[in-house]
Design a protein around this ligand. Structure first.
Ligand SMILES: Cc1cc2nc3c(=O)[nH]c(=O)nc-3n(C[C@H](O)[C@H](O)[C@H](O)COP(=O)(O)O)c2cc1C
Length: 144
């Protein structure tokens, strides 16, 4: 069975470009063998990640990510079966997200106040994110 999940987490405040490169390198190294695909948004202080794959591989990867000190406060937003992958050819697509995209994402998925507070604290220093509509599409499929 193919499933997708989306979670949000708080990045370590000390996180740097090198850490992001290391995370993406790990995804390139490990995800193909586990047939995991997906996308990662980084806002400067928050991660939002979509992961697609088998339930067993998703569980194993989430176990690693939850115990990874580069992030904390991992909150699952949605998880469920999908008909097909949104990112079939990406071990992990990566995008930084600007403030407008963060606001749109918040409106689309209806995050609770805790998450909104996290989002309000984001330093909006980055440019356009084109992944947002795709995330929203996946979330609405999972929520329906
Ligand atoms: C937000 C976030 C997303 C991550 N996504 C992935 C991922 O998609 N694939 C992966 O292998 N590791 C990912 N990691 C890193 C894992 O927590 C872990 O460090 C890595 O899988 C270890 O790989 P290694 O055993 O090859 O060194 C992520 C870490 C963070 C903080």
């Amino acid at each position: 069975m193919l499933e997708a999940l989306v979670y949000i987490s708080a990045a370590d405040p000390e996180i740097g470009d090198r850490d992001i490169q290391d995370i993406l390198a790990a995804a390139e190294r490990n995800n193909p063998a586990e047939q995991l695909t997906g996308a990662l948004i980084f806002t400067g202080s928050i991660f939002v990640q979509l992961l697609e794959g088998s339930p067993v591989c998703l569980d194993a990867m989430m176990g690693r990510i939850v115990s990874d000190s580069r992030n904390s406060a991992v909150i699952g937003l949605a998880r469920g079966p999908i008909a097909q992958r949104q990112f079939p050819s990406w071990s992990m697509a990566y995008q930084v997200m600007d403030g407008l995209a963060a606001d749109q994402l918040h409106a689309q998925v209806g995050w609770d106040n805790t998450v909104k507070k996290l989002l309000d604290a984001i330093p909006y220093q980055h440019s356009i994110n084109s992944l947002t509509p795709i995330f929203a599409g996946v979330l609405s499929e999972l929520q329906s």
